[in-house]
Design a protein around this ligand. Structure first.
Ligand code: SAM
Length: 403
């Protein structure tokens, strides 16, 4: 199973783990644990409850917060039952987001509060942003800036956030230095889920096995120090940085934290933990929570789009409507935001929903009037259709369809 893992890596990890090395090696042969974040606010808008979700996906709650349930499930069992989670209508509706358990634990330990103003500095594909957004409450002024430096990855991030229906979020595609230029002493919490040498990916990623080297560890450590430096400057007094990696080397984990603490005597280490595949479900993560001393001078309000200035904003909240060749129509994204009202709503039944997600037109069994409809499943918005006569023409975006 691990014949293709470099000997240099095994020696390196043996030095880190010492007596636990054999447990780690054994864990490489063990089955992965999978899980997803279930958004409680969306659940409250739906016609289902958590017991229904646990039952259909044969899941168990691992972590619990006011904003989410984090649920683990057995992927093999679901496959045997013919369920593909990513193609399930409730996934399309943004009720849940798949993320591995140790990554979820990091956000859980960040204790994001309802009114927090949060920056996720390295956010794509979006698991940590989405889990944070489940805890943040826009009615209490909380919002998130979700940033990803790589443009292609930032577009994936935007699409994931859009599917989950959050509108108290700004998605940016900037370098940490560009953000740092704009925001100083600003955020209550900053998540720095840093790019790393990926030692926690060895079980599932052949790419991680191939690319690992000691020089990669060192170059990543240099990048991580730059990222955490930028985060420090953007953090408010009284705020916290949540630094994490999916790697085990001291150079990228504890030493980055020590470097930061040495430079800033107003920072204290509140918590530091290393999760390995043999001591916590999932692939492994390191995280540290660093608190900045000083009096909290009150929260920031969400900047206007103009106040974002030169930053590269990919998504600013959610637009309700768009202009298509002079005709104003609702946006697809708005169908996912539960509190955006639609006059015309069509609830799909168990059969119709798969036809709709496939891109087919729906023949309505009830009286409908011409115009745009928000198509729902279990009361959650999926997308749009345009009614003409008794036919609902499919407007579900082509790239999202189950083909
Ligand atoms: N937080 C994400 C999540 O939960 O889905 C995973 C983030 S991944 C571990 C690290 C991200 O950092 C990648 O998306 C990568 O493109 C980005 N990245 C790589 N180099 C970077 C740099 N020099 N500055 C900022 N971000 C960088």
């Amino acid at each position: 199973m691990y014949d293709d893992i470099k000997k240099e890596y095994l020696d390196h990890v043996k030095e880190i783990l010492k007596y636990d090395y054999d447990r780690y090696i054994k864990s490489l042969d063990e089955k992965e644990t999978h899980g997803f974040i279930l958004n409680k606010k969306k659940l409250a808008h739906s016609s289902v409850d958590v017991d229904y979700v646990l039952d259909i996906f044969k899941g168990k709650i691992l972590l619990e917060d006011e904003g989410y349930h984090y649920i683990v499930y057995d992927k093999d069992e679901l496959t045997r039952c013919g369920i593909r989670l990513g193609r399930h209508p409730l996934h399309h509706a943004g009720l849940f987001y798949m993320q591995e358990p140790s990554a979820a634990k990091v956000v859980h330990e960040a204790h994001i509060e309802k009114s927090d103003v949060v920056l996720d500095l390295c956010a794509s594909p979006g698991g940590k942003s989405i889990m944070s957004l489940c805890s943040i409450d826009k009615n209490e002024g909380g919002f998130l800036i979700s940033n990803e430096v790589d443009y292609k990855r930032a577009k994936v991030l935007k699409s994931n956030i859009e599917r989950m229906g959050f509108d108290n979020v700004i998605v940016t595609c900037n370098t940490p230095a560009e953000l740092n230029y704009k925001f100083t002493n600003y955020f209550d919490k900053i998540i720095v889920d840093a790019p790393c040498s990926g030692e926690g990916m060895m079980r599932k990623s052949m790419e991680a096995r191939r690319q690992w080297s000691k020089s990669l560890v060192s170059s990543m450590a240099a990048t991580q120090k730059k990222l955490i430096d930028a985060a420090y400057n953007m953090l408010k007094k009284g705020g916290s940085i949540i630094y994490s990696t999916c790697t085990f080397s001291r150079e990228e984990d504890e030493e980055v934290v020590e470097y930061t603490l040495d430079r800033h005597n107003d920072l204290t280490l509140e918590k530091e933990e290393k999760l390995y595949p043999f001591n916590y479900p999932g692939e492994g993560q390191f995280y540290a929570v660093l608190h900045k001393a000083g009096e909290d001078i009150g929260r920031q309000r969400m900047p206007t789009i103009d106040e974002m200035g030169d930053l590269n904003v990919l998504q600013y909240k959610v637009d309700k409507c768009e202009d298509r060749h002079g005709i104003i129509i609702p946006t697809h994204a708005s169908t996912h935001v539960d509190d955006i009202h639609f006059d015309n709503v069509y609830e799909l039944n168990e059969e119709e929903v798969y036809d709709y997600l496939h891109g087919d037109a729906i023949k309505s069994k009830i009286d409908i009037k011409n115009g745009y409809y928000k198509m729902t499943y279990k009361k959650l918005g999926l997308g749009l259709a345009k009614a003409v006569g008794n036919i609902l023409k499919n407007h579900y975006p082509k790239g999202l369809r189950n083909l």
